[in-house]
Design a protein around this ligand. Structure first.
Ligand SMILES: [Ca+2]
Ligand SMILES: [Ca+2]
Length: 313
Protein backbone atom coordinates (compact mmCIF):
# COMPACT_ATOMS: atom_id res chain seq x y z
CA UNK A 1 0.00 0.00 0.00
CA UNK A 2 1.39 3.35 -0.96
CA UNK A 3 1.67 5.97 1.70
CA UNK A 4 -0.72 8.82 1.46
CA UNK A 5 -1.65 11.93 3.32
CA UNK A 6 -4.67 13.90 4.36
CA UNK A 7 -3.47 16.65 2.05
CA UNK A 8 -3.66 14.25 -0.87
CA UNK A 9 -7.05 13.13 0.28
CA UNK A 10 -8.24 16.68 0.29
CA UNK A 11 -6.97 17.30 -3.20
CA UNK A 12 -7.94 14.05 -4.81
CA UNK A 13 -10.97 12.69 -3.08
CA UNK A 14 -12.72 15.18 -0.90
CA UNK A 15 -12.16 18.53 -2.48
CA UNK A 16 -14.34 20.19 0.06
CA UNK A 17 -12.76 18.50 3.06
CA UNK A 18 -11.89 21.12 5.61
CA UNK A 19 -8.51 20.36 7.17
CA UNK A 20 -7.95 20.45 10.87
CA UNK A 21 -9.49 18.49 13.64
CA UNK A 22 -12.83 19.68 14.85
CA UNK A 23 -15.22 18.65 17.51
CA UNK A 24 -18.62 17.88 16.06
CA UNK A 25 -21.54 18.44 18.33
CA UNK A 26 -24.58 18.05 16.13
CA UNK A 27 -25.54 15.53 13.51
CA UNK A 28 -28.55 14.89 11.33
CA UNK A 29 -31.50 13.08 12.76
CA UNK A 30 -31.95 9.53 11.54
CA UNK A 31 -35.30 7.99 11.00
CA UNK A 32 -38.29 7.45 8.74
CA UNK A 33 -39.67 10.65 7.23
CA UNK A 34 -42.19 10.35 4.39
CA UNK A 35 -42.17 7.11 2.40
CA UNK A 36 -43.26 4.22 4.54
CA UNK A 37 -40.54 1.60 4.56
CA UNK A 38 -40.57 -1.94 5.84
CA UNK A 39 -37.22 -3.02 7.21
CA UNK A 40 -36.27 -6.68 7.47
CA UNK A 41 -34.20 -7.95 10.37
CA UNK A 42 -30.80 -8.78 8.86
CA UNK A 43 -30.38 -11.85 11.08
CA UNK A 44 -33.47 -13.40 9.47
CA UNK A 45 -31.99 -13.26 5.95
CA UNK A 46 -30.45 -16.55 4.77
CA UNK A 47 -29.60 -17.75 8.31
CA UNK A 48 -28.42 -21.16 7.02
CA UNK A 49 -25.66 -19.45 5.08
CA UNK A 50 -24.64 -16.74 7.52
CA UNK A 51 -26.67 -14.08 5.72
CA UNK A 52 -24.92 -14.71 2.41
CA UNK A 53 -26.60 -15.24 -0.96
CA UNK A 54 -25.31 -17.54 -3.70
CA UNK A 55 -24.63 -15.76 -6.98
CA UNK A 56 -24.36 -18.11 -9.90
CA UNK A 57 -21.60 -17.15 -12.28
CA UNK A 58 -22.18 -15.96 -15.80
CA UNK A 59 -21.34 -13.09 -18.09
CA UNK A 60 -22.79 -9.59 -18.26
CA UNK A 61 -22.43 -6.14 -19.77
CA UNK A 62 -20.30 -4.24 -17.27
CA UNK A 63 -20.18 -0.46 -17.19
CA UNK A 64 -22.39 2.14 -18.83
CA UNK A 65 -22.11 4.79 -21.49
CA UNK A 66 -23.36 8.36 -21.66
CA UNK A 67 -23.42 9.31 -17.99
CA UNK A 68 -19.95 9.48 -16.41
CA UNK A 69 -16.94 8.75 -18.57
CA UNK A 70 -15.25 6.54 -15.97
CA UNK A 71 -18.06 3.98 -16.31
CA UNK A 72 -17.39 3.18 -19.94
CA UNK A 73 -16.94 1.61 -22.30
CA UNK A 74 -19.47 -1.15 -21.80
CA UNK A 75 -17.66 -4.48 -22.01
CA UNK A 76 -18.59 -8.12 -21.60
CA UNK A 77 -17.26 -9.65 -18.39
CA UNK A 78 -17.41 -13.21 -17.11
CA UNK A 79 -17.60 -14.03 -13.41
CA UNK A 80 -17.39 -17.29 -11.49
CA UNK A 81 -20.00 -18.21 -8.89
CA UNK A 82 -19.60 -16.71 -5.42
CA UNK A 83 -21.47 -15.89 -2.21
CA UNK A 84 -22.09 -12.33 -1.06
CA UNK A 85 -23.55 -10.71 2.06
CA UNK A 86 -27.22 -9.90 1.56
CA UNK A 87 -26.73 -6.60 3.40
CA UNK A 88 -24.06 -4.09 4.22
CA UNK A 89 -22.05 -5.12 7.31
CA UNK A 90 -23.84 -3.68 10.33
CA UNK A 91 -22.57 -2.03 13.50
CA UNK A 92 -23.61 -5.14 15.43
CA UNK A 93 -21.59 -7.41 13.14
CA UNK A 94 -18.52 -5.20 13.27
CA UNK A 95 -18.82 -5.03 17.05
CA UNK A 96 -18.66 -8.84 17.19
CA UNK A 97 -15.43 -8.72 15.21
CA UNK A 98 -13.89 -6.09 17.48
CA UNK A 99 -14.96 -7.94 20.59
CA UNK A 100 -13.45 -11.19 19.34
CA UNK A 101 -10.17 -9.77 18.06
CA UNK A 102 -9.51 -6.48 19.82
CA UNK A 103 -9.11 -4.91 16.40
CA UNK A 104 -8.55 -1.14 16.37
CA UNK A 105 -9.58 0.76 13.25
CA UNK A 106 -7.55 3.31 11.35
CA UNK A 107 -9.90 6.10 12.42
CA UNK A 108 -9.37 5.17 16.08
CA UNK A 109 -5.58 4.83 16.07
CA UNK A 110 -4.38 6.57 12.93
CA UNK A 111 -1.37 5.27 11.03
CA UNK A 112 1.90 6.75 12.23
CA UNK A 113 3.37 9.05 9.63
CA UNK A 114 0.42 8.58 7.32
CA UNK A 115 -2.84 9.71 8.87
CA UNK A 116 -3.80 10.97 12.32
CA UNK A 117 -6.77 9.47 14.18
CA UNK A 118 -10.12 10.62 12.92
CA UNK A 119 -12.28 10.46 9.85
CA UNK A 120 -14.40 12.57 7.53
CA UNK A 121 -17.86 13.67 8.59
CA UNK A 122 -20.51 15.17 6.37
CA UNK A 123 -22.38 18.17 7.65
CA UNK A 124 -25.24 19.96 5.97
CA UNK A 125 -23.90 23.51 5.54
CA UNK A 126 -26.01 26.29 6.97
CA UNK A 127 -25.14 29.17 4.68
CA UNK A 128 -22.94 28.03 1.82
CA UNK A 129 -21.62 24.91 0.17
CA UNK A 130 -18.15 25.16 1.65
CA UNK A 131 -16.94 22.86 4.35
CA UNK A 132 -19.58 20.18 4.01
CA UNK A 133 -16.90 17.59 4.69
CA UNK A 134 -14.89 18.06 7.85
CA UNK A 135 -12.09 16.00 9.34
CA UNK A 136 -13.10 15.10 12.88
CA UNK A 137 -10.32 13.67 15.05
CA UNK A 138 -12.95 12.10 17.28
CA UNK A 139 -14.91 10.35 14.53
CA UNK A 140 -14.73 6.57 14.26
CA UNK A 141 -17.09 3.64 13.87
CA UNK A 142 -18.26 3.89 17.49
CA UNK A 143 -19.10 7.58 17.16
CA UNK A 144 -19.56 8.11 13.43
CA UNK A 145 -20.24 11.84 13.56
CA UNK A 146 -17.53 12.54 16.12
CA UNK A 147 -17.60 13.32 19.83
CA UNK A 148 -21.09 13.15 21.23
CA UNK A 149 -22.47 10.88 18.54
CA UNK A 150 -23.05 7.18 19.09
CA UNK A 151 -24.06 3.88 17.52
CA UNK A 152 -26.20 2.98 20.51
CA UNK A 153 -29.60 2.17 19.07
CA UNK A 154 -28.10 1.75 15.60
CA UNK A 155 -27.17 -1.94 15.70
CA UNK A 156 -28.69 -2.55 12.28
CA UNK A 157 -27.20 0.49 10.62
CA UNK A 158 -24.25 -0.07 8.30
CA UNK A 159 -20.90 0.35 10.00
CA UNK A 160 -19.08 3.44 8.71
CA UNK A 161 -15.80 5.26 9.34
CA UNK A 162 -14.09 2.15 8.03
CA UNK A 163 -10.84 2.43 6.09
CA UNK A 164 -10.07 -0.10 3.37
CA UNK A 165 -7.75 -2.11 5.58
CA UNK A 166 -10.41 -2.29 8.30
CA UNK A 167 -12.86 -3.80 5.84
CA UNK A 168 -10.23 -6.26 4.63
CA UNK A 169 -9.45 -7.25 8.23
CA UNK A 170 -13.10 -7.93 9.00
CA UNK A 171 -13.50 -9.99 5.84
CA UNK A 172 -10.35 -11.99 6.62
CA UNK A 173 -11.64 -12.73 10.13
CA UNK A 174 -14.68 -14.25 8.46
CA UNK A 175 -12.48 -16.20 6.02
CA UNK A 176 -13.68 -14.00 3.18
CA UNK A 177 -12.62 -11.12 0.97
CA UNK A 178 -14.08 -7.89 -0.29
CA UNK A 179 -15.86 -8.21 -3.64
CA UNK A 180 -13.93 -7.35 -6.75
CA UNK A 181 -15.54 -4.64 -8.85
CA UNK A 182 -16.71 -7.27 -11.33
CA UNK A 183 -18.29 -9.39 -8.60
CA UNK A 184 -19.89 -6.37 -6.98
CA UNK A 185 -21.41 -4.99 -10.19
CA UNK A 186 -22.61 -8.39 -11.36
CA UNK A 187 -24.32 -8.91 -8.00
CA UNK A 188 -25.78 -5.39 -7.95
CA UNK A 189 -27.44 -5.87 -11.32
CA UNK A 190 -29.53 -8.69 -9.91
CA UNK A 191 -29.78 -10.42 -13.28
CA UNK A 192 -31.03 -7.33 -15.15
CA UNK A 193 -28.20 -7.29 -17.64
CA UNK A 194 -27.61 -3.83 -19.07
CA UNK A 195 -30.31 -2.07 -17.05
CA UNK A 196 -29.64 1.49 -15.91
CA UNK A 197 -30.69 0.86 -12.32
CA UNK A 198 -30.51 -2.24 -10.15
CA UNK A 199 -34.30 -2.56 -10.49
CA UNK A 200 -34.81 -1.51 -14.13
CA UNK A 201 -34.79 1.61 -16.28
CA UNK A 202 -36.72 4.07 -14.11
CA UNK A 203 -35.18 5.77 -11.11
CA UNK A 204 -38.38 5.87 -9.09
CA UNK A 205 -40.88 3.51 -10.72
CA UNK A 206 -44.42 4.38 -9.74
CA UNK A 207 -43.07 7.16 -7.53
CA UNK A 208 -41.48 4.64 -5.19
CA UNK A 209 -37.96 5.15 -3.94
CA UNK A 210 -36.11 1.85 -4.08
CA UNK A 211 -32.90 2.97 -2.39
CA UNK A 212 -31.78 5.42 0.26
CA UNK A 213 -30.42 8.41 -1.60
CA UNK A 214 -30.93 12.18 -1.29
CA UNK A 215 -33.99 14.11 -2.34
CA UNK A 216 -33.85 17.88 -2.31
CA UNK A 217 -31.04 20.20 -3.32
CA UNK A 218 -27.67 18.81 -2.30
CA UNK A 219 -25.93 19.70 -0.02
CA UNK A 220 -28.43 21.91 1.76
CA UNK A 221 -31.68 20.04 2.02
CA UNK A 222 -31.94 16.30 2.66
CA UNK A 223 -35.71 16.00 2.44
CA UNK A 224 -35.86 12.30 3.26
CA UNK A 225 -38.74 11.63 0.88
CA UNK A 226 -37.38 8.08 0.47
CA UNK A 227 -38.05 7.45 4.15
CA UNK A 228 -34.72 8.41 5.64
CA UNK A 229 -32.63 11.48 6.26
CA UNK A 230 -29.05 10.31 6.51
CA UNK A 231 -28.27 6.61 6.76
CA UNK A 232 -30.93 3.93 7.14
CA UNK A 233 -30.79 0.55 8.85
CA UNK A 234 -29.84 -2.15 6.34
CA UNK A 235 -32.67 -3.98 4.58
CA UNK A 236 -35.27 -1.20 4.48
CA UNK A 237 -35.69 -1.17 0.70
CA UNK A 238 -36.73 -4.02 -1.60
CA UNK A 239 -33.94 -6.47 -2.45
CA UNK A 240 -32.71 -6.77 -6.02
CA UNK A 241 -33.28 -9.76 -8.26
CA UNK A 242 -30.65 -11.76 -6.38
CA UNK A 243 -32.09 -10.97 -2.96
CA UNK A 244 -29.45 -8.37 -2.07
CA UNK A 245 -30.32 -5.25 -0.11
CA UNK A 246 -28.93 -1.73 -0.44
CA UNK A 247 -26.42 -2.53 -3.17
CA UNK A 248 -27.52 0.87 -4.38
CA UNK A 249 -27.56 3.70 -1.88
CA UNK A 250 -27.45 3.93 1.89
CA UNK A 251 -23.63 3.70 2.06
CA UNK A 252 -21.02 3.31 -0.63
CA UNK A 253 -19.21 -0.02 -0.45
CA UNK A 254 -15.51 -0.76 -0.60
CA UNK A 255 -14.36 -3.21 -3.25
CA UNK A 256 -11.14 -5.18 -3.29
CA UNK A 257 -9.84 -3.24 -6.28
CA UNK A 258 -7.82 -0.04 -6.58
CA UNK A 259 -9.53 2.74 -8.54
CA UNK A 260 -6.70 3.13 -11.01
CA UNK A 261 -4.16 0.28 -10.71
CA UNK A 262 -1.32 0.04 -9.93
CA UNK A 263 -1.85 2.98 -7.54
CA UNK A 264 -3.13 1.18 -4.45
CA UNK A 265 -3.50 4.35 -2.37
CA UNK A 266 -6.86 5.12 -3.91
CA UNK A 267 -9.55 2.50 -3.54
CA UNK A 268 -12.69 1.89 -5.54
CA UNK A 269 -16.17 2.12 -4.08
CA UNK A 270 -19.49 1.25 -5.64
CA UNK A 271 -23.20 1.87 -5.33
CA UNK A 272 -23.65 5.47 -4.18
CA UNK A 273 -24.92 6.59 -0.81
CA UNK A 274 -27.55 8.56 1.07
CA UNK A 275 -25.67 11.64 -0.11
CA UNK A 276 -26.17 10.97 -3.83
CA UNK A 277 -28.60 13.52 -5.23
CA UNK A 278 -29.76 13.98 -8.82
CA UNK A 279 -28.37 17.53 -8.88
CA UNK A 280 -24.93 16.43 -7.71
CA UNK A 281 -24.09 12.74 -8.04
CA UNK A 282 -26.07 10.33 -10.18
CA UNK A 283 -24.11 7.39 -8.90
CA UNK A 284 -27.02 5.37 -7.55
CA UNK A 285 -26.47 2.83 -10.34
CA UNK A 286 -24.59 -0.48 -10.63
CA UNK A 287 -22.14 0.91 -13.18
CA UNK A 288 -21.13 3.89 -11.07
CA UNK A 289 -17.66 3.90 -9.55
CA UNK A 290 -15.80 6.40 -7.41
CA UNK A 291 -12.27 6.81 -6.00
CA UNK A 292 -11.66 6.87 -2.27
CA UNK A 293 -8.50 7.38 -0.24
CA UNK A 294 -7.83 3.96 1.31
CA UNK A 295 -6.70 5.34 4.67
CA UNK A 296 -9.72 7.54 5.22
CA UNK A 297 -12.97 6.55 6.85
CA UNK A 298 -16.05 8.58 6.08
CA UNK A 299 -19.61 8.40 7.28
CA UNK A 300 -21.02 7.44 3.88
CA UNK A 301 -18.89 4.35 3.13
CA UNK A 302 -19.34 0.80 4.40
CA UNK A 303 -18.79 -2.61 2.86
CA UNK A 304 -19.96 -6.20 2.45
CA UNK A 305 -18.01 -9.42 1.99
CA UNK A 306 -17.84 -12.32 -0.46
CA UNK A 307 -16.93 -15.97 -0.12
CA UNK A 308 -16.06 -18.49 -2.80
CA UNK A 309 -17.23 -21.35 -0.61
CA UNK A 310 -20.59 -21.96 1.03
CA UNK A 311 -20.58 -20.12 4.37
CA UNK A 312 -21.58 -21.87 7.56
CA UNK A 313 -24.81 -20.56 9.06
CA1 LIG B 1 -32.61 9.44 2.03
CA1 LIG C 1 -24.88 0.30 -0.34
Amino acid sequence: MMKSSIGKTSAVILGALALGAIAYFAWPSFGPVEQQVSCVSPETIAPQTAGMIFIEGGSFDMGAGGIYSEEGPVRREAVDSFWIDATEVTNAEFAEFVEATGYVTVAEAGIEGVVPPGAAVFQVPERNAEGRWSYADTANWRQPEGAGSTIVGRDRFPVVQIAYQDAVAYAAWKGRTLPTEVQWEYAARGGLDGAKYAWGEEREPGGQYLANNWQGFFPFNDEGADGFIGRAPVGCYPPNGYGLYDMIGNVWEWTADPYAPPDASVGLMKGGSYLCAPNYCRRYRPAARHPQEVDLGTDHIGFRTVSLTRPEG
